[in-house]
Design a binder for this molecule. Structure first.
Ligand code: AQP
Length: 334
């Protein structure tokens, strides 16, 4: 089967090193694998997902272009990958409605992210509840085989597979069951101040969140004040979530295996280790930031690239959506 990659990222806040680890770097890597295998990769700015919680309309517009620039700055090539905005391809909203007929209400209620995000909210939207159905449509519309994501999206991908299987059983074989690709190291980067919590665009502490666009001094300050644990050993262990997280961050930033990091800092204590984590992040992020600034400054060009991506995505999604309508028994316009 030809490799078809799909992944999405929400324009919901300033992207973080967590997004880099589970998202951006995996996108660039799978783009290359797909191209080498004669496959196709799709990367989507999932703006329809960003309205499921409280948000500012003007910010959504700006962040959509911010994410586009970051996708290109971290290595996506518009000539090889189809990079587009979800709301530009109407098939996504339609597919979500059709798939909601084969999505179980009970299963949606069990989604961890739903339970976490509704916590303490005065207003919980129906969109927050049904968002995984929209995500299933995003993936299934492109006959996706491969979904590069972070660990926090594992449960949603499982649900997408269940939805696809239920549709196939009810209406005939239509969808490929997609497989997730999770990074071996850095599948879940944690908040530096609270290593029990995921580092996220929203929701994690500002002091514990490395943003893709943080200035070098801000990165250094955040890493310096990262929570470490008692003792001096630079080793990964469930009793040392803070140090474990920093080891993974260094490993993701440099490509050096975590075991090599552990043996290199053996007996040296946390001081030099933390300093090197900060410098590795600076070294990784500064060139990305420079590319980002250049790309972000030319909105006309970003819009042009996204229009090309949307045009190609529409062409790929339309026949799949049509098949869904037909198999479900709709009398389509002749
Ligand atoms: N901490 C993380 N470690 C590894 N991967 C992560 N991802 C997010 N946080 C981490 C991965 O980044 C991709 C894009 O994420 P998303 O935009 O779909 O949003 P999310 O998963 O809900 O993550 P955020 O950044 O925390 O957003 P908010 O705060 O708005 O909910 C995904 O592949 C995700 O796994």
């Amino acid at each position: 089967m030809t490799m078809r990659v799909f992944s999405g990222i929400k324009p919901s806040g300033d992207p973080t090193f967590g997004n880099y680890s589970g998202g951006f770097r995996q996108y660039a890597a799978t783009q290359d694998i797909a191209a080498a295998e004669g496959g196709q990769a799709f990367f989507c700015i999932v703006d329809l997902h960003a309205i499921t919680v409280e948000y500012e309309p003007a910010e959504l517009r700006r962040r959509t272009l911010d994410i586009a620039a970051m996708l290109f700055a971290t290595g996506l090539d518009p000539a090889r990958s189809i990079v587009f905005v979800q709301s530009h391809v109407e098939a996504h909203a339609e597919a979500a409605w059709l798939l909601s007929a084969v999505t179980s209400y009970g299963q949606l209620g069990r989604m961890t992210q739903f339970k976490e995000k509704r916590e303490g909210q005065e207003f919980v939207s129906a969109a927050l509840f049904s968002y995984p159905t929209l995500m299933a449509g995003d993936i299934l519309l492109y006959r996706t085989t491969t979904v590069p994501i972070g660990d926090d999206q594992r449960q949603h991908l499982e649900l997408a597979r269940d939805i696809a299987a239920r549709f196939n059983a009810r209406f005939g074989d239509t969808f490929v069951l997609p497989e997730g690709v999770f990074p071996e190291v850095g599948a879940r980067i944690m908040d530096l101040q609270d290593p029990g919590d995921k580092m996220g665009k929203t929701g994690s502490s500002e002091a514990g969140t490395i943003r893709m666009l943080d200035a070098p001094d801000v990165i250094r300050r955040k890493v310096r004040s990262a929570v470490t644990d008692s003792g001096r050993d630079v080793v990964r262990s469930p009793e040392k979530p803070g140090v474990t997280n920093l080891i993974e961050i260094l490993s993701v930033a440099t490509g050096e295996p975590p075991e090599a990091v552990e043996s290199r800092y053996d007996g040296q204590g946390y001081g030099p280790f933390k300093q090197d984590v900060a410098e590795a992040l600076v070294e990784l992020l500064v060139p990305i930031q420079a590319r980002y600034e250049e790309l972000r400054a030319d909105e006309t060009e970003l819009h042009r690239l996204l229009a090309i991506g949307a045009e190609k995505a529409r062409g790929e999604a339309a026949p799949v959506l049509e098949t869904m309508y037909e198999r479900m028994g709709f009398a389509r316009p002749q």
